[in-house]
Design a protein around this ligand. Structure first.
Ligand code: PGA
Length: 256
C-alpha cells in the first residue's frame, strides 16, 4: 500500500509492440505470476490489435486491460478510429490519454485530449492522463507552468465526482525511453505540485487520485521512486515488454 490509502498501480504501456500472439504469450506469463495479485493494481495496455487476444488470457484475472488511445465518440464516420464503447466491449477498464508521443507525433491538443477524458469517463473507462515537460521546458524553468496548462486543458469540465476514476501519469518527456530517470526528489516535487493543483480542482478527491511516474522506470530505480509520498505507481514502457522486469516492478510495489 502506498502512503495514505492509495493502492499502487503499475501499468504497462506496450506502445506499438506485439502482435496478437506475441501479446497473448506475454500476458500469459504476466498472468501466471500476477493473476491473483490484490495489493497492487496491475494493468497492461497492448495495441488495439492485440486487445482481444490478451483479454482472452485474462478472464478471471486481477490483471486488468487498458488501451493506449481512443476517439471521443461512440461510433460514426471516423475512419481508422476506435471508440470507448469498442474498448469496453474488449474488456478494457483503462485508457492512456494524452501520451507525449501522441502530443508530439499526432499533434494532439489539450482540448482534444479533454474531449477524450470526458468521453472515457462517460463510458466507464478510467483515463490515465499523461502530462510532462520537454527538456527545453525544464531547462527554462517552466515545468510546472507547462504541466498546469496540460492539467487545466485536459481536465476542463471534469467534476470531483468524475475525478474519482482519474489517474494522472507524470512523464517528463526527456526521461521517456532514454534511460534517464527523474531523481526521486525531482519527481516528488512535480507529483506534489500536481496533487496541489488537483486539490484546487477537486477538493478532497485529490488525495484519492493516483499519480504515476513514467520515464525509464525499471526494477533498479523503482523502489526509491515508489517511496516518495506522492508517487503512487508507474507507467512502464520498455520494462513492460518482458514479463520478468514487469513482474518484478509489481513485486517491488507490493512489498512496500
Ligand atoms: P519508458 O516509457 O518506460 O520506455 O521510458 C514510458 C512511457 O512512455 O509511458
Amino acid at each position: 500500500m502506498s502512503q495514505n490509502t492509495r493502492k499502487y498501480l503499475i501499468a504497462g504501456n506496450w506502445k506499438m509492440n506485439n502482435t496478437p500472439s506475441e501479446g497473448a504469450e506475454l500476458v500469459r506469463e504476466i498472468n501466471l505470476a500476477l493473476g491473483q495479485e490484490t495489493s497492487v493494481g496491475v494493468v497492461v495496455c497492448p495495441p488495439f490489435t492485440a486487445l482481444e487476444a490478451c483479454a482472452g488470457e485474462l478472464s478471471g484475472s486481477n490483471v486488468q486491460l487498458g488501451a493506449q488511445n481512443m476517439y471521443p465518440k461512440s461510433e460514426g464516420a471516423y475512419t481508422g478510429e476506435v471508440s470507448p464503447v469498442m474498448l469496453r466491449a474488449l474488456f478494457c477498464t483503462f485508457v492512456i490519454l494524452g501520451h507525449s508521443e501522441r502530443r508530439e507525433y499526432f499533434a494532439e491538443s489539450d482540448s482534444f485530449i479533454n474531449e477524450k477524458v470526458l468521453a472515457a469517463i462517460e463510458s466507464n473507462l478510467k483515463p490515465i492522463l499523461c502530462v510532462g515537460e520537454r527538456l527545453e521546458e525544464r531547462e527554462a524553468g517552466t515545468t510546472m507552468e507547462v504541466i498546469k496548462k496540460q492539467l487545466d486543458g485536459g481536465l476542463a469540465g471534469v467534476t470531483a465526482e468524475m475525478a474519482e476514476s482519474l489517474i494522472i501519469a507524470y512523464e517528463p518527456v526527456w526521461a521517456i525511453g532514454t534511460g534517464k530517470t527523474a531523481t526521486p526528489e525531482m519527481a516528488q516535487e512535480v507529483h506534489a505540485a500536481i496533487r496541489a493543483d488537483l486539490a484546487t480542482k477537486f477538493g478532497e478527491t485529490a488525495s484519492k487520485i493516483r499519480i504515476l511516474y513514467g520515464g525509464s522506470m525499471k526494477p533498479a530505480n523503482a523502489s526509491e521512486l515508489l517511496d516518495q509520498p506522492d508517487i503512487d505507481g508507474g507507467l512502464i514502457g520498455g520494462a513492460s515488454l518482458q514479463s520478468k522486469p514487469f513482474v518484478e516492478l509489481v513485486k517491488i510495489a507490493s512489498n512496500k
